[in-house]
Design a protein around this ligand. Structure first.
Ligand code: SF4
Length: 76
């Protein structure tokens, strides 16, 4: 876990090979994440972020489209 991100208000969503971090206070609601992958990001599901639903490369490529920095990832 990345303590710096957690201290900055990010919540962690664990995956087997990669963790995803999300900070709702920074999110600009562009929708790039849910448009990028409904399997990874699904607002109707709990938890709404499931890193193991897609390939690690997909986690990285979709999160790289987040314009605000609200989404981050850390490899394990
Ligand atoms: S891509 Fe980033 S800024 Fe846009 S809705 Fe998702 S988390 Fe928020």
């Amino acid at each position: 876990m990345d303590k710096e991100l957690e201290d900055a208000g990010y919540r962690v969503y664990h995956g087997e090979k990669i963790d995803v971090y999300f900070n709702t206070a920074i999110c600009q609601h562009s929708g790039n994440c849910v448009r990028g992958s409904h399997q990874l990001f699904n607002l109707k599901r709990k938890p709404w972020i499931m890193p193991d639903e897609v390939e690690v490369t997909t986690v990285m490529s979709v999160i790289d489209t987040c314009p605000s920095g609200a989404l981050q990832y850390r490899h394990k």
